[in-house]
Design a binder for this molecule. Structure first.
Ligand code: 13P
Length: 719
């Protein structure tokens, strides 16, 4: 019956897992590399503000450059947290509805924006992955199309696959992810990026690197003849052969030579290029890097002066590098000090080190370290600590090791949390199993005692077996409600709600015929059983408007509700007709939810037991004992249906015990004990628990409250 839906699930599950990995890892990575370099991202954001014409956030904004810088950095950090946490929740499959919703909204905003960027090209590199991976604007657009597609899959089907962390603890990995990425952002902002994706990594020999750049490319010439293309060197190109036609000139590096990253380290003293002097200085050479004079933070001036004094005293060179030397000189003069100031391009300064200012140290062309001035020594330390903290320790980046450590700090606690969660789940299951064994033992003992003193009174049947032998069931009966579209939505809602819990009962929805096939293909009917509300009393043929049991079964439905009081009252369904329907349903492998129940006058006349007994006898007692494994009874006192009047828990238990006894008398206790008997009639979340607590009440057949996911789940949760 569930073949088509389980086949769909077979496709959906890997698609969801793949989408989680693609979308989750992309967002995680994107958030991470932004967190590693908040200053770099803020520079990129400022570029965007200008490119998109957002004047209020341009450098000349009336709000002031400081405000724009602070705003850009705060936005960079917020963006990295958003992306990182979104990536984490999607990868772990937690917040299964909310996270994909955010992802889809983000992609719906980003994809058209990147298409605009790709067409207009106002910003060269989109900055999605910081400096770690540089994509062209078109590549970014295609990447976004894939992400939008994968996020949409998650929006519709994420709930079909289990989450890695259960609902009750999902806040823990979420908070941890926020804490982790925020810490990385703060550390990277205050000091230097914890991982350096730029060309000026500590330890690099700038002089050598710039030399290697001068690789002369070789040129090849592409010619075509008879549709076939061939490459020639300048010496053997068939320039004079008219059978070959020229196609293109190709520039390529000689074999075995790799293109080095471009280093444009260039320092000028007015018009004089002093780069070579700096890079060949065999002594300590200190660089004070000031990307913009306006944005210069003077909180660390004391430490910078100390370093300058130290350098001066030992005749080490100290250069302040900035794009606008005059402006920096003016500013320093205003403070009554002067440094030797030289010109360097703003972008290059920002590429070397983050921060305004930042400090770097070179020796013989090698970049030893680059730091925030907050890390500089205090004056006293120059005398005492200079031996223990030598200046020429290279803070060389071992990228591999750094990656591993930084990843481990994130992944290990999550693995630990996951293992703890699994251990607790295992423990709870073991305790449950132990408890139910104990309970079984006790009840078996009790049963033995009661059999000896048992007196089978007509209305007070004492069950001889335990309730756990049969299934607890909560079944909805939608009656004549919901259009096809509304019904499919409702079924999806019920399924999604079920996926968020582990119900202690079977859950079934009974829908109008027209919904069955679509819902069977939409939901996993193994988890959410599907039932018709009726079927014909004929096999097939000229019975206009009827739907046979075989047709019901062919939709993928597993159950059929028969004998409902509304069908008995409004459509003249007699015990005889119902008998036929039950036989046909069973013959077509449908399980029958058979309704019985008295009207108010019958109860008032004290005839309820007789009425119910007759209903069972007349329509079901022709069945063989084996057929009863496919019969579920539903006691629905007609006076309680849709009236808001519920039978009391005692009334329900009394009748259910009587029904079980009636079945036991005909088919024996084993059959009776295995038969689930549901209660129906104004059952709601508020009274379900009390009703279901009775030992012969094995669940409910729910009308009105099954049309609302929350109410229906409230009843499911009563178990
Ligand atoms: P209500 O839950 O709306 O009273 O309906 C009960 C019923 O008839 C279920 O089959």
């Amino acid at each position: 019956m569930a073949n088509s839906s389980s086949a769909t699930l077979r496709i959906i599950k890997p698609a969801v897992i793949l989408s989680r990995i693609v979308v989750g890892l992309t967002f995680l990575f994107s958030g991470f590399v932004k967190g590693v370099d908040p200053i770099g991202v803020s520079i990129k954001l400022k570029e965007y503000f200008v490119a998109l014409g957002i004047d209020i956030l341009s450098p000349s904004s009336s709000l002031g450059a400081d405000f724009v810088t602070t705003f850009s950095i705060a936005s960079a950090v917020a963006l990295s947290i958003f992306e990182f946490v979104l990536g984490a929740t999607i990868l772990f499959g937690i917040y299964r509805k909310l996270a994909p919703t955010f992802a889809v909204i983000t992609m719906l905003f980003m994809t058209p924006l990147t298409l605009y960027l790709a067409i207009k090209n106002p910003v060269q590199d989109c900055g999605c992955f910081g400096e770690a991976v540089v994509l062209t604007n078109w590549q970014t657009f295609y990447k976004n199309l894939i992400l939008t597609f994968a996020a949409t899959i998650l929006l519709f089907y994420n709930h079909k696959v289990k989450e890695l962390f259960v609902k009750s603890i999902r806040w823990l990995p979420t908070m941890f992810s926020i804490f982790y990425i925020l810490s990385i952002s703060i550390l990277s902002y205050l000091y230097q990026p914890v991982l350096d994706f730029r060309p000026y990594k500590s330890g690099i020999n700038i002089r050598e690197a710039m030399k290697q750049e001068e690789v002369v490319p070789e040129y090849l010439f592409l010619y075509e003849k008879d549709g076939e293309q061939k490459e020639f060197t300048i010496d053997n190109a068939p320039m004079n052969d008219p059978t070959w036609s020229f196609v293109d000139r190709i520039e390529r590096l000689p074999e075995g030579v790799e293109q080095k990253e471009e280093l444009d380290f260039n320092v000028r003293d007015n018009d004089l290029d002093i780069t070579a002097d700096i890079l060949s200085d065999e002594n300590y050479t200190f660089l004070l890097l000031v990307p913009t004079v306006e944005g210069y933070d003077n909180s660390w001036d004391d430490k910078i002066f100390n370093l300058y004094d130290y350098a001066f005293e030992h005749s080490y060179n100290f250069y302040a590098l900035t794009p606008d030397v005059d402006l920096l000189n003016d500013r320093l003069n205003g403070m009554g000090i002067s440094f030797p100031c030289y010109t360097m391009d703003e972008t290059v300064i920002e590429t070397i080190a983050r921060g305004n200012p930042a400090v770097a140290m070179l020796k013989d062309g090698i970049l030893y370290w680059k730091i925030s001035p907050r890390d500089l020594l205090d004056m006293a330390q120059y005398e005492t600590d200079i031996q223990s903290t030598p200046l020429d320790v290279v803070y060389e980046y071992n990228h591999g090791r750094r990656y591993i450590i930084i990843l481990a700090i994130y992944i290990l606690p999550l693995i630990f949390l996951y293992l703890c969660e699994q251990a607790v789940v295992l423990l709870v299951e073991k305790v449950k199993a132990k408890r139910s064994k104990l309970k079984e033992g006790k009840e078996a003992e009790e049963r033995q005692k009661t059999t000896q003193v048992e007196d089978l009174d007509n209305t007070n049947y004492k069950p001889k077996n335990i309730k756990t032998m049969r299934k607890n069931i909560v079944a909805g009966n939608w009656k004549m409600n919901k259009t096809l579209q509304e019904g499919v939505e409702l079924a999806k809602g019920v399924e999604a709600a079920l996926n968020e819990r582990t119900p202690n009962c079977d859950v079934i929805i009974g829908t109008p015929f027209i919904h069955l096939a679509t819902i069977a293909a939409t939901v996993d009917t193994k988890k959410l059983g599907l039932s018709a509300e009726n079927c014909a009393d004929k096999v097939s043929g000229a019975y206009t408007g009827e739907v046979s049991a075989a047709m019901v079964a062919s939709t993928g439905a597993e159950y059929v509700i028969l004998g409902h009081s509304e069908r008995r009252a409004y459509y003249g369904e007699t015990a005889e007709i119902l008998k036929e329907k039950v036989l046909l349903a069973l013959a077509n492998n449908l399980k029958v939810i058979f309704c019985i129940g008295e009207v108010l006058e019958e109860r008032e006349a004290g005839k309820e037991f007789d009425v119910v007994k007759a209903q069972i006898e007349e329509s079901l007692f022709n069945l063989a004992a084996e057929d009863w494994s496919n019969i579920i009874l539903a006691y629905e006192p007609v006076w309680a249906i849709g009236t808001g009047k519920t039978a009391t828990a005692e009334q329900a238990q009394e009748m259910h015990a009587f029904i079980r006894k009636t079945v036991a008398e005909k088919y024996g206790e084993e059959v009776a004990e295995a038969t689930s008997i549901l209660y129906g009639g104004s059952c709601k979340p508020s009274n379900a628990k009390e009703l279901f607590a009775n030992k012969d009440v094995d669940g409910g057949l729910i009308g009105g409250a099954s049309l609302d996911v929350e109410q229906f789940m409230g009843i499911v949760d009563a178990f």
